[in-house]
Design a binder for this molecule. Structure first.
Ligand SMILES: Cc1cc2nc3c(=O)[nH]c(=O)nc-3n(C[C@H](O)[C@H](O)[C@H](O)COP(=O)(O)OP(=O)(O)OC[C@H]3O[C@@H](n4cnc5c(N)ncnc54)[C@H](O)[C@@H]3O)c2cc1C
Length: 539
């Protein structure tokens, strides 16, 4: 018997386990895959000497989130590296919008698109400087963020707070129209918003675009030296140094519930592990509720709420080994770690509309990473590892392009989607294809095979849309890691604040479990949270 069993060794599970171990808990992490890390891992499938990031690659959220930053992973071998420029968005006419760590340099660059656009960017940055600490605290702490919200309100005052609330709900297309005359600023913002599954017209997409670009100034888009897997490895090493354990190839098939309390788990191979204090699940809400915990052990109405859970888009990902760096037409793109490819905000809208209509996009928005540019250790000198993904519908009804991609992701689909992505890159970097020495493709099912949380190729643990955020995440009335089962916590990106490698979902779950076992927690906090949960959910 241990104090806590954590199911899943993704970044949220590993952060959670580290915090529990720090609190003196005996903790074991059970991981289904052959190695820890979940969607934060690297592989050598491009060949010897080439390190590919299997899923995630850039970590502004990890650098900004106290849940990960405060672990002191540098003492456990992690080293962050940065590309010369954070982000580039090339335009079809040969120009490119660039985001640098330096805000003045970025503003000067944007002024070349339209005089005054640099000033508009500096205004957005001033606004960030004013609210960032309270905003990040509100984002990364459990819902409702009472203290951070009060501090934010006090800092802004009532009228500014209202204007900020309007700003936070804007669609990113509208933000671009309101603030910029040229295309550079809107493209940087809209492309960054498309790291979620929000279209440029969706409420709150401006806030995501703004958050990510401003984090680009604050912390950059860093990468771990040696590959994404080094971030996970550092978390595992830290956990082990505190006495915690990670066991791989241990898929949990059941959470054991007795008298309304989670008391342990059973693995696929039949091993039972009891938990004295908590079971913490870094798995999707749809896996935890109804699968690992049977419906008989859950309140009836939760079933309907979970049936309405909305996944985010499916994903197709490609890695390439290149014999030389990408020959971008716009030379300034060469120094950027992250690259966004879309001709215009209109094209991004069309891309999202295709997906909404369950059509494979004709001209997908490509989110790419020049990994050797960011970290020279990823491939031999003079070569490049390029990482990229696009989104596709979860259910494919047709192909908005001319190739008849069916969504079966068979050989014909795989060939056609690879060609479509490579065509997009070739448009901006003529000659790119001739540099390819190896490629590796992952369609939605391949992603799910790698990490059971990426159900149907979703990368965000559920949609980022307003109707499934904060108190609505993963279902109305949860918004926190506590679940209707005592001693059971949801720690994955299905919980608030959602997708991305920030560890906040895991940290929130760890703190909730620790609080529930403190004297104050037992007497006041846990009963209050349970009662408010019942009031909000109606069960
Ligand atoms: C292609 C792709 C690109 C991305 N790019 C970025 C990026 O650049 N930057 C960024 O911040 N985020 C990015 N993300 C998102 C980010 O990786 C995820 O939001 C994050 O990893 C979620 O962490 P998690 O711990 O909740 O889940 P995961 O990382 O998915 O880990 C969950 C773990 O639980 C295990 N598991 C599941 N079920 C069981 C079970 N029954 N028993 C035992 N173990 C189980 C899985 O095997 C997995 O190891 C990307 C994701 C993908 C897929």
């Amino acid at each position: 018997m241990v104090d806590a069993v954590v199911i899943g060794a993704g970044p949220n599970g590993l952060v959670c386990a580290n915090l529990l171990a720090d609190a003196g808990w005996e903790v074991v992490v059970l991981e289904a895959a052959a190695s820890a890390g979940g969607a934060v891992s690297s592989a050598d499938y491009l060949g010897p000497g080439y390190v590919a990031d299997v899923c995630s690659a850039f970590y502004p959220l990890a650098a900004a989130s106290p849940a990960i930053a405060d672990l002191g992973l540098e003492d456990h071998g992690l080293r962050w590296l940065h590309a010369p420029a954070v982000l580039a968005h090339p335009l079809p006419d040969g120009r490119a919008a660039l985001l640098y760590r330096d805000v003045e340099q970025t503003a000067a660059d944007l002024d070349s698109f339209a005089p005054g656009d640099g000033r508009a960017w500096l205004r957005l940055h001033r606004q960030w400087d004013r609210v960032r600490d309270d905003l990040l605290a509100a984002l990364f702490n459990p819902f409702p963020p009472v203290r951070a919200g009060l501090r934010l309100g006090a800092a802004l005052g009532p009228s500014e707070l209202l204007r900020f609330a309007r700003f936070a709900t804007l669609p990113v297309r509208r933000l671009g129209e309101e603030r910029f005359a040229g295309p550079g600023g809107p493209l940087l913002l809209a492309g960054s918003a498309l790291h979620t599954d929000l279209s440029p017209e969706a409420a709150t997409s401006a806030a995501y675009g703004w958050l990510l670009t401003m984090l680009g100034h604050q912390v950059g888009f860093p990468v771990p030296e040696g590959g994404a897997g080094q971030l996970s490895a550092a978390m595992v090493r830290r956990l082990e140094s505190k006495g915690g354990t990670v066991l791989c190839r241990r898929r949990v098939s059941e959470v054991v519930v007795r008298k309304g309390r989670a008391v342990g788990v059973v693995t696929e191979s039949g091993d039972a592990i009891s938990a004295r204090r908590a079971v913490i699940a870094d798995v999707p809400a749809t896996t935890l509720f109804g699968d690992l915990v049977t419906w008989e052990n859950l309140p009836g109405p939760l079933r309907q709420d979970v049936s309405r859970f909305q996944w985010d888009y499916a994903t197709v990902k490609v890695d390439w080994a290149l014999r030389a760096p990408v020959p971008w037409r716009a030379e300034s793109v060469a120094g950027a770690g992250t690259v966004h490819l879309a001709d215009s905000v209109d094209e991004m809208t069309q891309y999202c509309a295709d997906i909404a209509k369950q059509q494979v996009p004709r001209r997908p928005f490509v989110l790419a990473g020049q990994m050797t540019t960011a970290d020279p250790s990823r491939s031999p000198t003079g070569t490049e590892v390029l990482w990229a993904y696009i989104h596709v519908p979860r259910t494919v009804r047709g192909d908005a392009g001319d190739d008849g991609i069916s969504g079966a992701w068979n050989e014909a689909d795989r060939t056609a989607i690879t060609a479509r992505i490579e065509d997009r890159i070739e448009e901006y970097a003529p000659g790119f294809r001739s540099l390819i020495t190896a490629r590796h493709l992952m369609c939605p099912g391949d992603l799910e095979d790698h990490d059971a949380n990426l159900i149907g190729g979703a990368i965000g643990g559920g949609t980022s849309a307003l109707h499934q955020q904060s108190v609505f995440r993963p279902v109305p009335g949860l918004g926190r890691s506590e679940t209707p089962v005592r001693g059971l916590y949801l720690a994955s990106s299905s919980a608030h604040p959602g997708g991305g490698v920030h560890g906040a979902c895991g940290a929130n779950a760890a703190r909730a479990a620790i609080t529930a076992h403190s004297a104050l927690g037992r007497m006041f906090v846990s009963p209050l949270i349970a009662a408010s949960g019942r009031l909000l959910r109606g069960y």
